[in-house]
Design a protein around this ligand. Structure first.
Ligand code: FES
Length: 87
């Protein structure tokens, strides 16, 4: 599990092993659009302000992965204990 902080509200949520970031932030009322839910379409992109994402999508190239400023909430997770996102 890891934490995700919604920067606009300061809300901190826990993402359990069996849930996606998309599921957790959507349940908390943050509006994130989604489509494929498999990391291929790019619809669920969110901006990462702090922390290190663990990219599991098929959208970003190597440079974008290394930059760590964007992630796809349906599949990607975190390497750090907490991600701060622009939601
Ligand atoms: Fe398609 Fe996340 S919903 S990449």
């Amino acid at each position: 599990p890891f934490e995700i902080e919604l920067a606009r509200s300061g809300t901190v949520l826990t993402v359990p092993a069996h849930s996606s970031v998309l599921d957790v932030v959507t349940a908390a009322g943050a509006g994130v659009l989604s489509s494929c839910r498999q990391g291929v379409c790019g619809t669920c992109e969110i901006t990462v302000l702090a922390g290190e994402p663990e990219h599991r999508d098929s959208v970003l190239d190597d440079a974008e992965r290394a930059a760590g400023t964007r992630m796809f909430a349906c599949v990607s997770r975190a390497r750090s204990d907490r991600l701060v996102v622009d939601l």
